[in-house]
Ligand binder design. Structure first.
Ligand code: PLP
Length: 442
């Protein structure tokens, strides 16, 4: 049965913890991305599709640690494998068999990955992929999609936000650093194109050829709308990049969860390098850069010194390697189909509530990912996906309303589903959203 709306979950103990956190963390949190309205929920433990906070609230988790936990919380095979592993120790400067196991799985499943290197985060994976492309081509520049999120490496961060001085929507966007602390000079080597802008892509790559090492692209960029690339965009990218010897880096840190072989094959994209993270660590810190053997050679060969040495104290730590292998092995075709069906059910359900009430909302996404926009028309790229203050307020109200139904919805980011979720979890999300629209329209 569908439960009726209740009051907002109590946050007495969370409030107490937050007041302890305030003096010791800037802003009271260790990650700027922690959602707080006005304070965060402090977690006691996670259990399948749900997390339980310190006040005893049980919340359906649509964040899944920023889409990482494809099996939800406390997935038993991962818990078992990781605790067994920890009996032998947790990290060594020497290699272990476990890194080979996870590497073999990725090489087997993902067509573009012939070889791989492990790091500790998606940010690091993107950084090393960009460096590898520069080392391979001998060129400094990168081309990336305006507004897309690729982590905190300076050259990946620049261009993540729109230039506030840009009034002409047709103008070529400048890759300004998104935050203070990043030198403006990075913009000399970062060039922007707009998602699905075929002409812009072609003109930029033709004009910049010889100066550009790679195009960095997330096939379904969350901040740029969580929308698909068009076939023409992918074809143009592939042919123009090949013509100029520019490498394609598919950033699948988030979108690898779209399918057994990752996201790129779904869109006919054949990247030279792929970055991965999140789900491949089974809930432990991880990142990976993989790709064509010819390009991966910059990291070293049997005989030559590497052009680009890559290390990392915790890279390929066996806990992440084992947990990742077990979590990924459990992502069978059957489980991907299960997530595909749940994703379809949630998007169709939300859309039918929207059309029934004629409310100014829309839904984007694919497979186990979805995003609700407070806009009538689905955005086609980042500037259309941007929300004004009024739209931000609506999304906060929506998140608050869903909380009353025991659902934790990320505000401005992709919501994600996990394998322990069932049709009744999905129907609860849809009922809560439907209830919000009724209240909102009234
Ligand atoms: N690239 C993409 C597409 C991401 O979504 C993220 C994280 O959300 C990153 C890179 C950075 O990964 P991490 O947070 O593990 O550094």
């Amino acid at each position: 049965g569908i439960q009726a709306a209740q009051a907002l979950p109590a946050r007495t103990k969370s409030t107490r913890l937050f007041s302890r956190a305030m003096p010791v963390f800037p802003g009271g949190v260790t990650r700027a991305t922690v959602e707080k309205d006005p304070i965060p929920f402090y977690v006691a433990y996670g259990e399948g599709a749900y997390l339980v906070d310190v006040d005893g609230n049980r919340l359906l988790d649509l964040n899944n640690n920023f889409t990482t936990l494809i099996h939800g919380h406390g997935f038993e095979p991962v818990r078992q494998a990781a605790s067994d592993l920890m009996r032998m120790g947790t990290c060594f400067a020497n290699p272990t068999q476990h890194e080979i196991g996870l590497a073999e799985l990725l090489v087997d499943r993902i067509p573009a990955i012939e070889q791989v290197r492990f790091v500790n985060s998606g940010t690091e994976a993107v950084m090393f992929a960009i460096k590898a492309a520069r080392a391979f081509t001998g060129r400094p520049g990168i081309v990336r999609i305006e507004g897309a999120y690729h982590g905190a490496y300076d050259w990946a961060e620049a261009g993540q936000a729109v230039d506030p001085n840009l009034s002409d929507r047709a103008a070529i966007p400048r890759a300004i650093p998104a935050y203070h602390g990043t030198p403006a000079s990075v913009a000399d080597d970062v060039h922007l194109i707009r998602f699905n802008d075929v002409n812009g892509l072609e003109q930029r790559l033709d004009a910049l050829r010889g100066r550009v090492a790679c195009v960095l692209i997330d096939p379904m960029p969350s901040r740029a709308g969580l929308i698909h690339p068009t076939a023409t965009f992918v074809e143009t990218l592939s042919s123009v990049a090949r013509k100029h010897g520019i490498l394609i880096i598919a950033d699948e840190v988030l979108n690898l969860r779209q399918g057994y072989a990752g996201a790129s094959p779904r869109y006919g994209l054949t990247p030279d390098l792929v970055t991965a993270g999140k789900i491949i660590g089974g809930g432990f810190p991880i990142g990976a850069v993989g790709g064509r053997e010819e390009v991966m050679r910059v990291f070293g060969t049997q005989v030559n010194k590497p052009l680009l040495p890559q290390g990392g104290t915790f890279s390929a730590n066996p806990v992440s390697m084992v947990a990742g292998r077990v979590a990924m092995e459990a992502m069978t075709h059957e489980n991907f189909n299960h997530l595909e069906a749940l994703g379809e059910r949630v998007r169709v359900g939300l859309e039918s509530s929207i059309s029934r009430t004629d409310a100014p909302f829309c839904v984007t996404g694919a497979s186990s990912l979805f995003r609700i926009h407070p806009k009538r028309l689905a955005p086609t790229e980042y500037r259309e996906a941007l929300q004004n203050d009024a739209q931000d307020r609506v999304m906060k109200e929506l998140a608050r309303h869903l909380l009353q139904w025991g659902i934790l919805l990320p505000h401005g980011a992709a919501a994600s589903l996990s394998t322990p979720m069932t049709n009744s979890d999905i129907d609860l999300i849809v009922a809560a959203f439907d209830d919000f629209l009724n209240v909102h329209a009234a």
